[in-house]
Design a protein around this ligand. Sequence first.
Ligand code: GCB
Length: 599
Amino acid sequence: MKERPGNFTESIHNDDYENEYLQTRLNASQLVNITGRKIESLNGKWNFGIDLYDTCRRSHWWKEGRFNADGREFPVDYDWESWEYANVPSCWNLQKDELHYYEGCGVYTRTFRYFPQAAGECLLLRFEGAAYRTTVFLNGKIIGTHDGASTPFNADITDIVKTDNRIVVSVDASRSPVRIPMENTDWFNYGGIYRDIYLVRLPPVYIKDWFVRLGGDFSTVSADVYVSDTGGTKVSGKVCMEIPELGIRHDIPVENGKGEAVISVKPELWSPENPKLYDVIFTYNAESYVDTARDRIGFRIISVKGQEIFLNGKKIFLSGVCVHEDHFKLGKTTSEEIIRATIRDLKEMNGIYLRLAHYPHDARFARIADEEGVLLWEEIPVYWAIAFNNPETYNDAENQLSELILRDRNRASVIIWSIGNENADTDERLDFMSRLAKKAKTLDNSRLVSAACLIKYEKLKIEDRLAEYLDVIGINEYYGWYDPDFEKLPKILSNSNPEKPVLICEFGGDARLGQRGTTDELWTEDKQKRIYEQQVETFKKCPYIAGTTPWILYDFRCPRRLNRYQEGFNRKGLIDADRKTRKPAFYVMQEFYKNYSLT
Ligand code: GCB
């Protein structure tokens, strides 16, 4: 390739270099539902270099220019093939000791071969998650930039892919005051391509997405289907939706790329006791090919009335626990085995519900929860302080919310979208988060919207202006721990009479595994157990608490936690970071959930 930077000093003086990469955004508007699609994985060994000064993007390494117009060679500062290997997916922090606290840019590259299998085939490049700003290049071209550490994105690379391809991915994991979350969080900022990468072959026009849910009267199924554009033109036609087990075969008319149907049918209901899933098949017939997409969908209705939550019309108590996507060996990279083990631990605690804190977890979680009959709260990281008055920050939050909802709105397990955690009740926050709540409802009005709010300390009362926009009020409280005066909790609960159901989204205290002492000594298993006993006794007396998720199932890594008991971990786990050894408080919850009626 005969391409070189016009002036070789340009890249060292141009501080605006990033703009070039922000012109093409990879976001929710392009997201394709790939559930059940045939995929080809690009996981495995990639060449990897730490790029502390973002030189790949400043100096256009991705163009792979080596010769000037006269054919003379000029020097470049990279050498892909000699770089060390990194595993994709993985968090770079756990790959090498010297990268443990690395939070800057890293560059990944590999080659791949591609031969189309059908005429007019579309090729999609899909990332399940990379933290935080990811710029993707293919064969010397910019594919686009994605923001957000925990949601999927994809790009149509049909026009750029060749037989032999080089893909370069620059990932910037820096924390920033304008990102979601911002600089200060209570978890570890893992970086890198830490979830799967796929290629997906699709026909020229394909079924882009679907949203299938049970109607409010239990006797209709509503389906929306979306068909991809062809050369920028919206498609009209029809998509056939089949649910063979229910004898459904229904043609959905598609106008301008979208079709909607309401079908009379009474499916068997999905619930934790009976996680019944149906095969759902969509077919789009073009003249010369057929596109087929498949899913496994459960049908159930989640609703609220007054201070109560109902699943399929039956009052339910959400007996659960919070969990971070943080594994002592793998960080935020996960596996089916880890997800299933987490669900086993929940069930051993007699729980039926998980709060997936504080950001979207791997897409497999909700699919496995569908099979296992577990209910989920899913959240975006609008966490603590956020640049609530920055429009770009809002766009980022709204996009992360949209990507999460589009990814998981066909999952019966997901019952609540959470739009944030512990944000101070200011005017800017109210404007920002009420818009997010409305956005969630436009993308999915079949689920509940919530947020984990703070107690109004001055009044000792549950009071937050955001509650008006929520279906369920989430409350985090640490009486007995951060506020040692436990007696405030019963006062708060009796001072409040919320108009909506309340979930206690967090409570607890730290205990270092094996640290024993009296119930008055901080950091001991004994103190933690005592806090749990006091908490559950108080909850039992409060009629409007519709569920509880103690903080947290497993100890997790956190660089803010530096005392002798913490040693870089938040120790509020009911189970040690080894994900095996239970602390005594685990059994307090097990007993509470056994005796305290689940439904
Ligand atoms: C909270 C946060 C959670 C923290 C926890 C703690 O309120 O929501 O992210 O980890 O407290 O341990 O302080």
